[in-house]
Design a binder for this molecule. Structure first.
Ligand code: GLA
Ligand code: ZN
Length: 670
């Protein structure tokens, strides 16, 4: 999707205000005032669009489209499958979801639908077709927003049947192969009939990791096929309008890295808890997430589809972020590759579950509210950032965060059952690069590794077919690859590789064998020595044997004192590192510094910043963001153009609290 400006908008629900058309007119006036150029409509409009089965009412939406168009806003049109009208559930109970208890839900809330139900799929296709017929040619239509935050699963009989069909395909109709790969000799679980298999449940089978992994994959595929069913009429009638669906961070019940291959542009709903948690940690965590979304979409811009201009309503305590923070948070997404800043939502609902969720227009309805004024000020800035739209963020460093691995780590039993925070481990290795102004891609294990000088794969427990070969070739061809503990333990069906770990031929590449794994309770530490310094170890420690790798660090406590903890193996033209000890941030930081030096990596941002101030390169621009609680000054080295002021940036730039500067690099053509 190619944009020549940054989208500024959000969820707009005029259907909640259908009885007060004067509010619609006020919305138009205020949207202009706030620099809003896009509105997402229709997300939860089904009961108004089809108040009775087969009776469609588009008049109100026609009016909304025309008003927005006249007012200068593009329309992002949603398909309404996220929530359905009550009449549908009453007439066709099969559209409702069955939970893992086996009990069918009653009508209520949202996202409460069966993914397989032919009736529901048909109803969705039909309403989507009508929307495409009616608005497909409207000049305001910019993008399809398909459904809303797909999530969950259904365990009804239709879904069980679909799951069995999925398994038959996956295991080539061979139940023996399934028994073998699921290790069903254990506890006498050999199946003799496909009908004996059903979804994992607390009152049924929940101790077979391969079943759980297959169910996860099936659920992902069900969502994708539900989505494909939704977009069939859109593709047919509006082939030039791109399609997205909004995703939720690292929600791991849908493999987003797979799903991303089916959308035209990746979009993400981000609600960083700034000012309610450690801001530096939040900045790194959301930087990581944005990088994952950018990478998921193939490196092109993604869209920030939702964010809050003030608070959310779903945290235990919903602290107001300080003035300026919401705008800064939006600009952070842009710095990492978003071509939009969009909100949930435009106007606060008067009633219902989300009436205290922040919105651009508060219940007072006024354009002089603090939140409104800040949004409008950001709108002004985003106009000036139009040249940033479309620009890319090529990276030399990648951290592997893999959805399949996330599920595998969640499902296995044993070792350290208290701590297996895969995301936290990835963040720990990402942060040293984030802090120093590097552009980092966050990729799945099936991604092409060749663009990178350095790839770090924390806690990559599961190797899918092909991964080991890609790592081997990458290192052979000169890449540097860092693995940590519990690397290459299990295959796609969660069977442990035999003959020593890491498996699948990787012992030769890394020149080590991980012989045992020690688990330490929270608060208990061991010790290791690396380059003359002693560091604390924690949580999970693999005890290595070197089969030829150079030993860079050893354990210095417990019975395995003297065993390698950090190694490097020259393999082909590259280097394969193993950092086998669960470690503290300090070690990770020092180790990454050494890697940066050894590999002569240069931060793309090119401007050094004090702690808590982050520099990000995007295309020919550098974003500087102050997440500390003080005014700071940053030495730019001079020659930059300040995109927001339009003038040259001073050599020493002052950034207030929540301040963001966007500079054009000196060597970039005007
Ligand atoms: C999600 C949903 C929105 C809204 C917001 C509230 O992201 O997509 O409809 O419920 O959460 O934060
Ligand atoms: Zn179902």
């Amino acid at each position: 999707m190619k944009l020549d400006h940054i989208l500024h908008g959000g969820d707009y629900n005029p259907d909640q205000w259908i009885a007060t058309p004067e509010i619609w007119d006020e919305d138009m006036r205020l949207m202009k005032q706030a620099g809003i150029n896009a509105a997402t409509v229709g997300i939860f409009s089904w009961s108004l669009l089809e108040p009775e089965e087969g009776k469609y009412e588009f008049g109100w939406l026609d009016a909304v489209f025309d008003k927005l168009y006249k007012n200068g806003q593009s329309v992002i049109l949603a398909t309404p499958s996220g929530a359905r009208p009550p009449w549908m559930a009453q007439k066709y109970p099969e559209v409702l979801r069955v939970e893992e208890t086996g009990i069918r839900n009653e009508y209520g809330v949202r996202h409460n639908h069966c993914l397989t139900s032919p009736v529901y799929r048909e109803k969705v296709r039909e309403i989507n077709r009508r929307l495409a017929e009616r608005y497909g040619k409207h000049p305001a239509l910019l993008l399809w927003h398909v459904s809303n935050e797909y999530s969950g699963a259904c365990h009804c009989e239709l879904c069980q049947r679909a799951f069995r069909a999925w398994l038959k395909k996956e295991y080539r109709n061979d139940l023996n192969e399934l028994n073998e790969r699921w290790w069903n000799g254990f506890w006498s679980h050999r199946f003799t009939d496909w009908e004996q298999i059903s979804s994992p449940k607390s009152r049924g089978e929940n101790h077979v990791p391969a079943l759980k992994l297959c169910w996860d994959r099936f659920v992902t595929d069900s969502h994708i096929s539900f989505f494909e069913n939704e977009i069939a009429p859109l593709r047919e009638l509006t082939p030039d309008i791109p399609v997205t669906t909004n995703m939720m961070g690292f929600y791991d019940e849908i493999n987003y890295q797979r799903f991303a291959g089916h959308v035209d542009v990746v979009s993400y709903d981000a609600y960083p808890p700034y000012d309610a948690a450690d801001n530096k940690k939040t900045a790194a965590q959301f930087g990581f997430t944005y990088d994952a979304y950018r990478s998921m979409g193939g490196g092109g811009p993604f869209l920030l589809m939702e964010s809050t201009p003030s608070v959310v309503n779903w945290r235990p305590v919903n602290k107001l972020p300080r003035p300026g923070r919401a705008a800064q948070a939006g600009l952070q997404a842009v710095a990492h590759g978003s071509d939009s800043v969009q909100y949930f939502q435009w106007r606060k609902s008067r009633g219902g579950h989300e009436k205290f969720h922040g919105a651009v227009v508060d219940h007072d309805g006024r354009g002089d509210h603090r939140v409104f004024l800040e949004t409008a000020a950001l709108g002004e800035k985003l106009k000036r950032l139009a040249p940033v739209a479309g620009s890319l963020c090529p990276a030399k460093v990648a951290v592997v965060y893999d959805w399949e691995n996330a599920r595998a780590v969640r499902h296995y039993n044993g070792l350290n059952n208290e701590y297996r925070d895969y995301l936290a481990e990835c963040l720990k290795w990402y942060t040293p690069f984030f802090d120093r102004g590097f552009t980092v891609d966050v990729i799945g294990q099936e991604a092409d590794l060749s663009p990178y000088a350095l790839v770090i794969a924390p806690y990559l427990y599961m190797l899918l077919p092909g991964t080991a070969g890609r790592i081997r070739r990458y290192v052979e061809n000169g890449g540097a690859f860092v693995a940590t503990y519990l690397f290459g333990v299990a295959d796609k069906d969660d069977r442990v590789f035999l003959g020593g770990l890491p498996g699948d031929g990787l012992r030769e590449v890394f020149g080590v064998t991980a012989r045992e794994t020690d688990s330490l309770p929270e608060g208990v530490h061991g010790l290791m020595k690396y380059r003359g310094r002693t560091y604390r170890t924690a949580r999970t420690c693999d005890i290595l044997r070197s089969d030829g790798a150079a030993v860079l660090g050893v354990y210095t406590s417990d019975f395995y004192a003297g065993s390698p903890a950090v190694t490097v193996n020259r393999f082909g033209k590259g280097a394969a590192y193993t950092a086998a000890a669960g470690s503290e941030d300090e070690f990770t930081g020092h180790f990454c510094e050494d890697l940066i030096r050894k590999l002569k990596l240069k931060p793309e941002a090119g401007i050094e910043t004090p702690p808590g101030v982050y520099a990000r390169a995007r295309g020919e621009y550098v974003f500087l963001m102050n997440f500390t609680d003080d005014r700071v000054s940053v030495k730019t080295g001079g020659g930059y153009l300040d995109l927001l002021s339009g003038g040259p940036a001073p050599e020493t730039l002052a950034l207030p609290v929540c301040g963001v500067a966007v500079l054009k690099k000196p060597d970039a053509p005007e």
